[in-house]
Design a protein around this ligand. Structure first.
Ligand code: UN1
Length: 496
């Protein structure tokens, strides 16, 4: 069956990769369904895109920020009109169920609405001078050409978290979407183009991280890199970008713990655990991958949790009755499989799942059964390393302090959750859990776009998306205006 061919977007023109090479985008629920063919780009393509961005930046930075914001608002309306179409396309390329891909498009819609308001804020600070007849202010300036490297699990939302604040602040962008899910980024950028974004302000270069991504990191005219992906790759991104003094925002892995106290509403905790662990097939950096159970409730919770995990309907996400879609590709299934072996060898007890699904309706896709391990000790790899699949580890504890210590014992620190009706415990958890995000009586997934999003330790390098993104995509300039008509020497002429 024929499938569409997509090109890079460079300086407003759709161009194939200079090499002519392409990458096929397959539906992970059904490999016979080819979503499209996308360019496999290299340094030459990236260089063209960065050059186009640099040229466009010269004009874009002078467009008043409220006008830049109006383009975002128009793009928002285009996303609203096309929400269903884009969600269906996303389920085809990424696999997650329709309810979730609708949510992914909605997240981009919300982000556009939120960030467009910044066009009329972008506040700076005025402050008194230490000298008479002198005025001081600070202004947010765009950084210049920024490189955005985005993952496959939120193929429209995460690009929107980066593109929209970068644009409202006056930057020009080169985005390299994940090789598994470029189409959703096309849809996002097409909305911007239709909304009136000038050519070259956003450029798309498709290809693998080791070719297109690496070229973006090394390009001397790229001033900042915003990356979301694994901690292993993020560490390399940070190191390579440092060679040319780029600002780098790294948003990486998680091993997110949900704590269930004896006084929790157990049914609520079960609903949250099921959604947090198996929503998006466990492929969120915020996924609930550890459930810490107070000993008194462990048996009751575990029995019900496993019974419900076994009943989840797995299949093609386009079927509205399906609850869990495929994993995005064969490599992710292999990782889940590998961690099942690791956990078994460590002595964890497999309660359900633990294997790929490859028969009947699953034969053409990359499916993995929802998997639960019990008898997990905090020192085991299954309790410490990110799987990024539908695999969850159950641990038990005796005291609140022990639960917090276990939750904090891993290298990651993105999201955490606690289920309790004890308000004192809830506040202690908000303070003591080492993570960028903490939920009370809600699972570890479900961040909203206007709060700061990011993590501590190996999860991030200190930057935040959402509230905080403008701090990354702008640079402060201090301005001094001396209207005294004479030379005034700071720290000297006014010294005590
Ligand atoms: C991610 O998994 O990379 O908070 C992002 C959430 C979503 C975003 C997840 N809004 O789960």
């Amino acid at each position: 069956m024929s499938h569409p061919t997509y090109h890079n977007l460079i300086g407003g023109q759709w161009l194939p990769a200079a090499s002519g090479k392409t990458i096929l985008n397959l539906n992970p629920a059904d490999h016979a369904d080819v979503v499209g063919e996308f360019p496999s780009s290299h340094a030459e393509d990236v260089d063209r895109a960065v050059t186009a961005a640099k040229q466009a930046f010269a004009r874009w930075r002078l467009v008043p920020a409220p006008k830049r914001a109006e383009i975002l608002l128009r793009a928002r309306n285009i996303l609203v009109e096309n929400k269903e179409k884009y969600a269906r396309a996303m389920t085809r390329e990424m696999g997650k169920v329709l309810a979730e891909t609708r949510g992914d498009v909605q997240e981009a819609i919300d982000e556009a609405f939120y960030v467009a308001g910044e066009g009329r804020r972008l506040f700076g600070v005025t402050t008194p001078s230490e000298l008479p007849d002198k005025f001081c202010m600070s202004m947010r300036m765009p950084v210049g050409v920024v490189g955005l490297i985005t993952p496959w699990n939120f193929p429209m939302a995460i690009p929107s978290w980066k593109l929209f604040p970068a644009l409202v602040a006056g930057n020009a962008c080169v985005i390299k979407p994940a090789t598994d899910t470029p189409l959703s980024t096309y849809h996002l950028v097409q909305a911007l183009v239709e909304a009136g974004l000038p050519p070259g302000v956003v450029n798309i270069v498709c290809g693998s991280g080791s070719t297109a991504g690496a070229a973006l990191l090394e390009h001397p005219d790229v001033r900042a890199i915003s990356f979301t992906g694994s901690s292993a790759v993020g560490s390399l991104v940070g190191q390579r970008a440092a060679a040319t003094f780029k600002q780098v925002s790294l948003e990486m892995g998680g091993k997110n713990a949900m704590i269930v106290m004896h006084d929790a509403n157990l049914d609520l905790a079960l609903d949250g655990a099921l959604w947090g662990a198996f929503g998006t097939t466990g492929q969120r950096c915020t996924a609930t991958s550890r459930i810490l159970l107070e000993r008194g409730v462990a048996a009751a919770f575990t029995g019900k949790f496993v019974a419900r995990a076994k009943k989840l309907k797995i299949g093609n996400g386009l079927d509205e009755s399906v609850e869990v879609g495929p994993q995005v590709n064969a490599a992710q299934v292999e990782t889940s499989q590998r961690y099942v072996e690791i956990a078994r060898n460590e002595g964890a007890e497999l309660l359900c799942g633990g294997c790929p699904l490859a028969e009947g309706p699953y034969a053409q896709g990359t499916f993995f059964a929802p998997t639960v391990f019990a008898q997990v000790k905090p020192s085991m790899r299954i309790a410490r390393e990110e799987v990024f699949g539908p695999v969850v580890a159950l641990l038990t504890f005796d005291t609140f302090e022990e639960a917090v210590a276990i939750a904090n014992s891993v290298d990651y620190g993105l999201s955490t959750a606690i289920y309790t009706r004890n308000v004192n415990r809830a506040f202690a958890a908000m303070r003591d859990l080492e993570a960028g995000v903490t939920y009370i009586n809600a699972p570890t997934i479900g961040a909203e776009v206007h709060l700061p999003f990011g993590g501590v330790k190996h999860t991030g390098n200190g930057h935040r998306e959402g509230l905080g993104a403008l701090d990354f995509f702008t640079t402060w300039k201090a301005v001094y205006v001396d209207y005294s008509d004479k030379l005034q020497r700071a720290q000297i002429d006014n010294a005590e």
